[in-house]
Design a protein around this ligand. Structure first.
Ligand code: TEU
Length: 563
């Protein structure tokens, strides 16, 4: 694997097929930006690897495992927040945008991590939290000191309603019975927070806020990061009238509703800043809206975010008809804009996809033995799906080990949003502590995930049949197959319960089109009608599978067929 090239990546690579209508000639002459071909890997630093035995992962721990990630074959890393923070929301409450919390290390370690990742050919993007700060951020501390403080207008303050109630009916995330407002006794006004009260929303209508936040981007761009994952980025514009949410939406947190035109203007400014730097710096926006159509608008006309997370597929069940609909809706929403899709099945905010699919099976009354077999098969088939969809995939740390959520007893729950299970520490080895040795009085900040004997990195690294090796094979195939990286995608008619998709480039000489068939049922299915005559390139259940495709899929099996 080579180091990050100084010239834009992809200039010698396959055709840029960002839209289905692009002409062959223009496609050939347009270099493909790296983030369209890349596979991202999300690192949640608290739970990735602990270098100093305090029970919390850190930057040195990440740095020590970069070669493991290069071995896996991912192209880019997204680091969740590591900035100084009181940790009311485990780092999504930032007290200083331009430093590293001592719990995680220091700036020198961060610089070394980025340099090492680049040497190994991996890009690094970091989380940027522009919607809100910590209530301990010096800006908010000053803002709360008086109605006339320099930073007062950097946050959203309102007078109480006539009856003393909050200024509007917006609901905060996490506790849907709680208003998105906290009354600040000393100054007699309410302040807005779409999340915890310890996370006051910034007022982006104040020009000084925008200027200061753009400076935080410059700080990290100057240090060489390749881009940002922008947290709740659709929140940086609010209707200044702060109107009530409509009655039919009451009970939905306002962060999942807020969708205001001025945000697009701000994103265009941010895009221009990114483009003023060399090296194709990018931004993937967390636009936590439940409609792909609405999310698509945040790409603008290729002048806002480069990528936006698309959440409806994350919440889609393991059903072929629902996945077909997600794929069609994504193409319908994004293609006309020339926007490039992204795909994510799991992250630090939601039960892991394996856990979600397992829970659905339990609800459907599947018996335990069947469920256990299906669970592993589905996790493997989901890997094939994620890494062959048209767009940029995001793997969440631990998905490559087939992890399920940890069972977190009540006395160890720490997250205000109830999201501890998916944030459990990553099991590294066979030892009793799974690579999380701590001093006697300490223990990892969360319990480890279940089935650690088999679902740990060392055990799976030794076993060519493991899901870890499946991920590695898929990543290697993707990297050498232009059809999978940048090609068109066409859904094929397939038997009920089967998702079938053909990927090919528009280059007539493309020697490697692929067809992906995913059986999302617990029964074997014949797919002879697809007429697939090529060889098996990867099968989700068998590292040795090769030779002509038989035309039969096992239960929850996914196969990539050449041709
Ligand atoms: O998430 C935004 C968000 O809307 C989700 O947290 C969602 O409300 C929640 O998962 C429902 O369970 C981002 C971060 O990813 C998350 O970790 C932070 O807590 C949040 O922003 C606030 O910064």
């Amino acid at each position: 694997m080579g180091s990050i090239p100084s010239t834009p990546a992809g200039s010698a690579a396959s055709a840029d097929l960002t839209t289905s209508t692009e002409s062959h000639a223009s496609a050939m002459s347009t270099p493909v930006p790296w983030w369209k071909r890349a596979v991202f890997y999300q690192i949640y630093p608290r739970s990735f690897a602990d270098s100093n035995g305090d029970g919390v992962g850190d930057l040195a721990g990440i740095r020590a495992h970069l070669e493991d990630l290069a071995w896996l074959g991912v192209d880019a890393l997204w680091l969740s927040p590591f900035f100084p923070s009181p940790m009311a929301d485990f780092g999504y409450d930032v007290a200083d945008y331009c430093n590293v919390d001592p719990l995680f290390g220091d700036l020198a370690t961060f610089d070394a991590l980025v340099a090492d990742a680049h040497d190994l050919g991996m890009r690094v993007i970091i989380d940027w939290v522009p919607n809100h700060t910590s209530d301990q951020h010096p800006w908010f501390v000053d803002a709360g000191s008086s109605r006339h403080a320099e930073h007062r207008n950097w946050y959203v303050w309102r007078e109480p309603s006539a009856d003393g109630s909050p200024p509007n009916n917006w609901v905060a995330a996490f506790d849907l019975t709680a208003p998105a407002w906290t009354f600040h006794e000393p100054s007699g006004q309410w302040y807005l927070h779409l999340f915890e009260s310890a996370q006051p929303d910034l007022n982006w209508d104040e020009p000084a806020v925008e200027a200061a936040m753009l400076d935080t981007l410059r700080f990290w761009l100057d240090r060489g990061v390749d881009g940002f994952r922008a947290d709740v980025v659709h929140g940086i514009g609010k209707d200044p009238a702060l109107p009530d949410d409509p009655p039919e939406l009451v009970g939905i947190p306002h962060c999942a509703i807020n969708d205001v035109a001025v945000t697009h203007e701000r994103l265009r400014t941010i895009r221009q800043l990114l483009e003023s730097y060399p090296g194709e710096r990018m931004m993937v926006g967390e636009v936590f809206l439940m409609s792909t159509q609405a999310i698509a608008t945040y790409y603008g006309t290729n002048d806002e975010v480069h990528l936006a997370f698309n959440f409806p597929p994350l919440f889609a069940p393991w059903r072929a008809d629902r996945w077909q609909a997600c794929i069609q809706e994504t193409a319908a929403a994004l293609d006309p804009r020339g926007a490039w899709p992204s795909w994510v099945l799991s992250n630090h905010d939601n039960p892991r996809h394996r856990t979600r699919y397992d829970r659905a099976a339990a609800r459907a009354g599947e018996d335990e033995a069947t469920a256990a077999v299906r669970s592993e098969a589905r996790a493997r088939a989901a890997a094939v799906l994620l890494l062959t969809l048209r767009g940029t995939p995001f793997i969440y740390q631990g998905d490559e080990l087939g992890l399920t959520d940890a069972d977190v007893p009540a006395d160890r729950q720490v997250d205000p949003g109830g999201r501890d299970g998916c944030r459990a520490p990553l099991p590294w080895n066979d030892g009793p502590d799974r690579g999380w040795p701590t001093a006697d009085h300490l223990r990892p900040w969360l319990p480890l995930p279940p089935d650690g004997d088999t679902r740990n990195r060392a055990a799976q690294r030794r076993d060519p049949h493991s899901i870890l090796h499946l991920y590695r094979r898929l990543l290697a195939l993707r990297r050498t197959t232009p059809a999978l990286q940048t090609g068109q995608a066409e859904l094929l008619d397939a038997p009920d319960g089967v998702l079938a998709m053909r990927r090919r480039t528009e280059d007539a000489t493309d020697a490697a089109p692929c067809t992906i068939v995913v059986n999302m049922t617990g029964q074997p299915v014949h797919v002879h009608e697809l007429g697939l005559v090529g060889h098996v390139l990867v099968a989700s259940d068998d590292p040795e599978a090769s030779g002509p495709f038989s035309g039969v899929l096992g239960p929850d099996q996914a196969v990539i067929v050449g041709g």
